[in-house]
Design a protein around this ligand. Sequence first.
Ligand code: ADE
Length: 263
Amino acid sequence: MRVDVVTLFPEMVQTLLRFGVTGRAAERGLLQVETWDPRDDAHDRHRTVDDRPYGGGPGMVMKVQPLRDTLRRVRAMVPAPVKTIYLSPQGRPLTQDGVRELVQESGLILLTGRYEGIDERLIEAEVDEEWSIGDYVLSGGELAALVLIDAMTRLLPGALNDYESAEQDSFMDGLLDCPHYTRPEQIDGQGVPAVLLSGDHGAIARWRRRESLGRTWLRRPDLLAQRQLAAKDRALLDEFIREYQEKQGAPALPENLLEQRGV
Ligand code: ADE
């Protein structure tokens, strides 16, 4: 997959991508990230890319002309027409489903803003989709672009050494991941759930599924409310809740507990 990032901080983007999974994917020829600096398309001595906002107020706004010229340069270089995505807090919230959607594209142009944002006319004329990585404000879109690239890279076949591990990630099935343990078997008086040492792969898979469902129920009930659980999953979650309640010393599970949680 090819990703072209328009950014005032090309080094920031290139540097972070050199590490870990994204670095390896680049080495394997699975991911190609090019960066483009709109300052190279500014025509004045100071290479100005921003200006004061009409209507007054604090902060600066990124100008249309340098960004438009940069996008033209990028589009002249990409092998096929691709979507232009603007990263901003006003965009569609990024989820694992969204990542799965975007990684289907042969390539993407990611437009990152700084200051108060980008002149709206550039967004209207040049941007296909706007995406947000969460309900908080970053100092610029670079970290958001990096988050998106990282999450997409995990889904590129061959990017992970064991592709299975992406399939088992949190959210791949709309659920949170189960807990993981490694050696030693005992540390500071804490052991490992016995089932994981049993060698019984069926029982281990069942336990992991139950923990996934249980964690999602405890931490992100909103995710469960969005889906219809299969009968098997429902039974596993009931089992988890019963055990959880017993551990908490709470009274027996009310019959309608799942309904109370909106499941
Ligand atoms: N730029 C600034 N904040 C952002 C956010 N939350 N998501 C995407 N891009 C951003």
